[in-house]
Write a protein of this length. Structure first.
Length: 471
């Protein structure tokens, strides 16, 4: 792959916004900043204003993260997480979507929900409902979970082992594809006033799913929505995570500390997509990044110093311990992060190992400092021009499609990007000035509202090879 199209035009850049229904999502301590509004996360005003701002900036979507447990790996306790507001308290992400959809026309919604604890049957209906209400603008970020505390509160001793969680997720998706794609034929709903038939029963099918984890004999209880299956997002880059993404994902969020790490991850993902019989560009890949910008370089640097004064090292290490599955309170700050085996997010550790191979060994202190703004992803500081140069360089050198932008403060960080960076990218012809029409899937890939024929989910359609639906 190259960064330019065959006519030599520079590659386009796309943005997603990364947020969560909590305070200071990935920027620990910054909820205290006088301009940060993240502590109003529990109001519709915060979310609807943000959605309108992002649509002004032609963002592809807002990606809302979620967890169902507390970060209690650091110090073997959840006290530091609770004290710092580190993703606790956290509210439900799905509930935010309808309000944001009402005040926007094009913005996509990538909502996170885990496969580990909720039965796929009610979940299928919740997502179908949102796809109807958003007129086909909903995406689902499929996560398998990484917090043992979530497992315990769901009545399990611990979470499944890392790769087993993905096997479980494979069956979870199979059930959903059967419900979303295979249960109702396109012309099942007839709304015939003369005969009094709302739906033709001959065109609604039992999915007859009988598997290792789930048994779902009946029909989907919602009628087909514009996209049927919501756009599938994924964010896990271990080998098992990439194999899962290759079969399912249409948008992938990755996090890496450097261009070299990102380039290597992108190459692996595109190879895996091809090996799964899908085009190499059939998933949009967004790299996590936080942008701190202003009119001039000096002002941006001053802003960065101001933000730094509000960060919480304890909060950052609480997050990092949860993501790595390693209690970092037991290490000195100058200790190298070594090769620790993780049952949490394996790609976090392998990224750091990759950095070590490149001669850049991270210490626990580096994690505390670098992780305090924008969490797992790097941050960059500069004027709009400087940031635009850098984004173009990253896209050209790593073959990503765009960036998943975390915030230092919200909505300030997104306002700064819309004001200082996007106009320059637009001037350079590398950033959209308007949205394509249609559903989120059509906007992202331009190949229609429904899953493309080569996608695994399409194989479960009524009459298709993998369909188990029966009349
Ligand atoms: C950018 C990014 C965002 C993620 N967001 C979430 C999230 O909101 N909730 C969650 O449970 N896991 C989240 N994860 C974790 C992964 O989705 C994944 O399920 C799991 O941690 C295993 O990852 P691995 O395949 O890299 O080991 C995120 C990971 C990345 C890189």
């Amino acid at each position: 792959m190259t960064s330019a199209d065959p006519n030599g035009a520079p590659k386009q850049i796309r943005f997603n916004a990364f947020d969560m229904n909590c305070v200071a999502h990935q920027s620990s301590g910054l909820w205290r900043h006088p301009q940060d509004r993240s502590s109003t996360y529990n109001t519709l005003e915060y979310w609807t204003e943000l959605a309108k701002l992002l649509e002004r900036g032609t963002f592809d979507g807002i990606f809302i993260a979620d967890v169902l447990g507390t970060y209690d790996v650091y110090g073997s306790s959840n006290v530091a997480a609770i004290r710092n507001g580190a993703q606790v308290p956290v509210n439900d992400p799905l509930m935010l979507v309808s309000a944001m959809a009402l005040v926007t026309e094009h913005l996509g919604f990538g909502v996170t929900a885990g496969t580990a604890y909720e039965h796929p049957y009610p979940f299928a209906r919740r997502l179908t409902t949102l796809d109807h209400l958003t007129k086909g603008r909903v995406g689902w970020n499929v996560v398998t979970g990484y917090l043992p505390s979530a497992a315990r509160n769901m009545g399990h001793d611990d979470q499944l082992e890392h790769d087993d969680r993905y096997d479980h997720a494979d069956e979870y998706l199979e059930v959903l594809y059967k419900l979303w794609e295979g249960s109702w034929e396109d012309d099942a709903v007839v709304k015939d006033r003369e005969s009094g038939v709302f739906t033709d029963p001959a065109k609604v099918h039992d999915i007859q799913h009988q598997g290792k984890h789930f048994s779902v004999p009946g029909i989907h209880i919602s009628e087909p929505s514009p996209q049927r299956t919501p756009v599938i997002y994924q964010a896990g880059a271990s080998s098992r995570g990439i194999a899962f993404a290759a079969g399912n994902a249409e948008a992938i969020f990755i996090a890496g500390p450097s261009k070299e790490v990102l380039k290597s991850t992108v190459g692996k993902i595109r190879d895996a997509l091809e090996a799964a019989g899908r085009p190499r560009d059939s998933a949009k890949i967004y790299a996590l990044l936080t942008i701190i910008t202003d009119e001039t370089s000096e002002k941006a640097q001053a802003k960065y110093q101001d933000y730094l004064s509000y960060t919480s090292a304890e909060g950052a290490l609480t997050f990092m311990s949860g993501w790595m599955g390693v209690d970092l309170s037991k290490y000195e700050l100058d200790e190298p992060v070594g090769n620790v085996k993780s049952n949490a997010i394996q790609s976090v550790l392998s990224n750091l190992e990759h950095e070590k191979e490149l001669g850049r060994e991270w210490t626990v202190g580096d994690l505390a400092r670098e992780g305090a703004i924008g969490g797992l992803g790097p941050y960059v500081v500069g004027s709009g021009e400087e940031i635009a140069d850098l984004l173009q360089e990253w896209v050209a050198e790593t073959d990503i499609d765009g960036f998943n932008l975390a915030y230092a403060i919200t909505p300030g960080t997104f306002e700064d990007v819309v004001e200082h960076v996007i106009p320059i990218l637009r001037e350079r012809g590398v950033y959209p000035t308007s949205y394509a029409e249609g559903t989120l899937r059509e906007k992202l890939h331009g190949r229609g509202d429904r899953l493309p024929a080569e996608h695994k989910g399409a194989g479960y359609r009524w009459g298709a090879a993998n369909s188990t639906a029966q009349a």
